[in-house]
Design a protein around this ligand. Sequence first.
Ligand code: PAF
Length: 283
Amino acid sequence: MDVCTQVDELRRSIRAWRKQEMRVALVPTMGNLHTGHLALVRHARVIADRVVVSIFVNPMQFGPDEDYESYPSSMDRDKAVLIDEDTDLLFVPTVQAMYPHGSGNTTVVAVPGLNSLLEGEHRPTHMDGVSTVVAKLFGMVQPDVAVFGEKDYQQLLLIQRMVHDLWLSIEIAAVETVREIDGLAMSSRNSYLQPQERKVAPELYRLLCRVKTRVESGETGFAGIEAAAMEELAVAGFRPDYVSIRRATDLGEPGREDTRLRALAAAWLGTARLIDNIGISIT
Ligand code: PAF
């Protein structure tokens, strides 16, 4: 596996692959890789000839009181794991290369609507940070396809919309959320959970499963279902930010005609903010 920190180095490898008409996949990450990330890398391996993984902890997507400085990092382990997964190139750009004029002084890519609802209401600058850094990574790597997890469902839709609006010829591939045996969605931030909190954490997914069952069995009072779910989370020991049933395609408020929905939730447990979501189909 090659490891590049400089864009010109990266581009040399990619140019050589393109000359051989190879299809290049990018898996953007912030490192501290877990099995959920590996599912993205494995998917990339199947749908492309060459796999580039990026590791960049993006300051622009963290709010002022968030965990940018303490975000877990395990570069040596990540490299070993990526070699095992047959990754062709690991790209680790510097903050200077990504934000030559500072992250507060960069061209911003913003996706209106998707940047301000749900996650955007609780983390007002987060989504613009994500769309901006992903646009930069797309410009640097120029992949044919990029792979994202459904765990960050709003992020996935935001990137799809960005690619569509900017006419970027990059396919976006989505991979289902990978869960621990008890249902907890894998996330780097699960490491913040204390042992007692870890036992409670799967309740977030169980709750989403119950929401799905209620809606799929014909209940239509979504506001009531959401309020009851928030209450259940609070009783279990979470500090919920939201539980929301939305249209799956754009996270708009669902109407009677919508049959593909998504229930999404975010809740604090101790110092960990957990997010999760589930698909709902009305037949
Ligand atoms: O999902 C993540 O890890 C990040 O938001 C991403 C897509 C790598 C952008 O920094």
